[in-house]
Write a protein that binds this ligand. Structure first.
Ligand code: ZN
Length: 200
């Protein structure tokens, strides 16, 4: 597995080949600043890290969630101490035959390891989105538009808080950007993202 570490983009954690002084940003973050404040991933997606994602997705392997959380824990010191951890939600139809969201398992393991607050559903996924992998950036943004919503209770929980979204894999950022933007519109003061793997 390839563990990700600095030098990397100060905002989205994209690894750089060489050391860059200061708080450097990658081309994508310079061109269009993301809606989240900080994104960090533990490992590059591919090989063993992908097998672990699939294992967690289809076999509720709690030991795997704890192992992932162990590697992700080192990414949290860059984020506010009082941040509330919450998973990127799945649409309810995706839960058929699975009964659980793998990001909930990772988020719970991470929160209990670091003694941080955790909320299993700070956002609601109200639209099922097609697979985003084959789409361009604009099509992805369109596909996730209106995909998430917050109830009045969820809005009250998010107001004024720092929030860390937990996900298994970071691909294009369209989903996490949509979540971050909704949380900020509803008063979250800071939104970070932490994922197990990142597609490079
Ligand atoms: Zn970046």
């Amino acid at each position: 597995m390839r563990f990700l570490s600095a030098p990397w983009c100060h905002c989205c954690g994209l690894p750089f080949e060489h050391e860059v002084p200061g708080e450097p940003l990658c081309g994508a973050c310079l061109a269009a600043p993301p809606r989240f404040d900080l994104l960090r991933s533990a490992v590059a997606y591919g090989g063993l890290s992908t097998e672990l994602v699939l294992k967690l997705k289809y076999s509720r392997a709690l030991g795997t969630a704890r192992m992932m959380a162990g590697h992700m824990a080192r990414l949290l010191p860059d984020m506010p101490d009082d941040a509330l951890l919450t998973p990127v939600p799945l649409h309810w139809t995706r839960l058929f035959g699975r009964t659980y969201n793998q990001s909930v398992l990772i988020g719970q393991a991470l929160a209990s390891r670091l003694d941080r607050p955790f909320h299993p559903a700070l956002l609601t996924r109200c639209k099922r989105t097609p697979p985003l992998r084959a789409m361009g950036a604009k099509a992805r943004a369109r596909a996730v538009q209106g995909a998430f919503a917050m109830t009045d209770r969820q809005k009250a929980l998010a107001a004024g808080r720092a929030i860390i979204l937990v996900d298994d894999v970071h691909t294009s950022g369209a989903t996490t950007s949509a979540c971050a933007s909704l949380l900020k519109r509803n008063g979250a003061r800071w939104v970070g993202v932490v994922t197990w793997a990142r597609v490079l």
